[in-house]
Design a protein around this ligand. Structure first.
Ligand SMILES: Nc1ncnc2c1ncn2[C@@H]1O[C@H](COP(=O)(O)OP(=O)(O)O)[C@@H](O)[C@H]1O
Ligand SMILES: [Mg+2]
Length: 361
């Protein structure tokens, strides 16, 4: 079989479909370099989302198709996250491919905790991630991420602001501009102007995802952001209690009106596992997040326990995904991140990804 050519391999691979998009990997340009040598066939394939949950199926299809050449096959995997062509009317930050808003109906449900860990999980899966702390009245992202390796540089005259760098991620927060302990009392137009500056005047660089920690509820910030940039989708955080769920329904309704897709629901403080005996207790009514997701026909992206380690890690600036990379909680965040990435790729128009392909917990 020494006469096998890279071209023959490419032609054969035209029949291999990415299981998420159902487009063949040659037309979609996911197939990169192909070479044939004495060692066999080597090829490079780009995946459309970080932690792509369907890689096993794609690899099996490639190997089965190339069986006919009877040569060893080596596949290297890359990541090429798709994006729509930038919108002229609504694109202040063309270097950002996806904007993911983490929202909640209420404060105190763990939205910032989820936003920070989701961003770190996307980064760990190989994506370039930044964070915008849009919770103007309670900015907490910089604190939760721990000390900055580079502080925010606001001094550059006439040039763009350099965001702070925390755990390798560019971060912008009102926290960098107000004195500690001072309250912010701003009205809608000022908030709008500030958010506009955070998007237009900040040197974000090339990002696959900007994760936004939204303030709770349905107010000025939400409205402004939906008018300032194309939000790819929202992740909604809730606790299982009925009072939290009531507010979250309003948040989902707001996103629907603003034509922002909701990617799914995360139920936080879902249950408590006794560290001594392992007994699992549903402190609040069980299954609220699951019911909510099913009522709106949304994926339930994850269920996180109420756990001291999740709280203290955030309070001390050591998010759980960073300090306990192999824990069950981190696994939930990695699975949420992979699902969010796949749903976002779908919304960037790469093909008809079936929602049944999303892993639900
Ligand atoms: N799963 C959890 N288990 C234990 N404590 C949590 C959990 N999620 C959040 N917390 C704690 O609850 C408080 C509120 O969380 P935070 O992320 O600041 O909420 P929000 O941004 O919605 O106001 C924080 O003290 C945080 O450490
Ligand atoms: Mg918060």
């Amino acid at each position: 079989m020494s006469q096998v050519t890279p071209e023959q391999v490419r032609v054969a691979l035209q029949t291999v479909l990415d299981p998420a998009t159902e487009r063949d990997i040659v037309t979609s340009r996911q197939l990169g370099e192909v070479s044939v040598s004495a060692d066999g066939i080597a090829l490079h394939v780009d995946l459309i989302s970080p932690g792509y949950p369907l890689r096993g199926g794609l690899e099996a299809a490639i190997r089965t198709t190339l069986d006919r050449f009877a040569l060893p096959i080596t596949i290297t995997w890359g990541l090429k996250i798709p994006r729509k062509p930038p919108r002229q009317d609504l694109d202040r930050v063309p270097s950002i491919k996806n904007v993911i808003a983490v929202a909640a109906g209420k404060g105190g449900v763990g939205k910032s905790t989820v936003a920070v860990n989701l961003a770190l999980a996307l980064q760990r899966l190989g994506a370039k991630v930044g964070m915008l702390d849009a919770d103007i009245f309670g900015p907490s992202v910089p604190h939760m991420l721990g000390p900055a390796s580079r502080p925010c540089d606001k001094s550059v005259d006439g040039q763009r602001i350099i965001p702070a760098l925390h755990r390798g991620m560019p971060i912008m927060s009102l926290d960098f501009f107000v004195e500690a302990g001072k309250a912010v009392m701003w009205r809608g137009p000022m908030i709008h102007k500030l958010l506009q500056q955070f998007l237009e005047d900040v040197n974000w660089g090339e990002l696959d995802y900007l994760v936004i920690d939204m303030p709770p509820g349905t107010g000025d910030v939400q409205l402004s952001l939906s008018k300032l940039l194309p939000i790819t989708g929202a992740v909604v955080v809730t606790t299982p209690q009925e009072v939290a769920l009531l507010d979250v329904r309003k948040a989902i309704d707001m996103f629907t009106h603003a034509e922002i897709p909701v990617l799914g629901v995360i139920e936080n403080m879902s249950h408590y596992r006794c560290p001594a005996c392992g007994h699992v207790d549903h402190l609040f009514a069980a299954g609220g997040g699951r019911r909510l997701a099913s009522d709106f026909d949304l994926p339930l992206l994850g269920e996180l326990p109420l756990e001291g380690a999740i709280s203290t890690s955030g309070e001390l600036g050591n998010p759980i995904v960073s300090i306990a990379p192999d824990s069950d909680n981190t696994r939930v965040f990695l699975s949420v991140a992979a699902n969010v990435g796949l749903a976002a790729a779908k919304l960037q128009g790469v093909g008809p990804i079936r929602s049944s392909l999303l892993r639900t917990v």
